[in-house]
Design a binder for this molecule. Structure first.
Ligand code: SF4
Length: 68
């Protein structure tokens, strides 16, 4: 996802996503009226919730976007 598109979708959220906002695992599926915070780790690890309650304050899967 392009950074500008990510920023646009994050700005459209009605709840603050917390850590997910800067996490590389964040996915932002969108419909015409809504944007959803989806955790990409949940596809491979059942310990993660696909649509976590927001804001996420602590998360063992967090990885800062763009970190080496
Ligand atoms: S790993 Fe944690 S912080 Fe990252 S998107 Fe999933 S729930 Fe959010």
């Amino acid at each position: 996802m392009e950074p500008a598109e990510r920023r646009r979708l994050l700005a459209a959220l009605t709840a603050h996503p917390g850590l997910c906002a800067t996490c590389e695992h964040l996915q932002l599926p969108a419909s015409k009226r809504s944007v959803f915070v989806r955790c990409g780790l949940a596809d491979a690890d059942p310990g993660f919730v696909r649509y976590p309650p927001l804001p996420v304050r602590l998360c063992r899967g967090y990885r800062q976007q763009g970190a080496p």
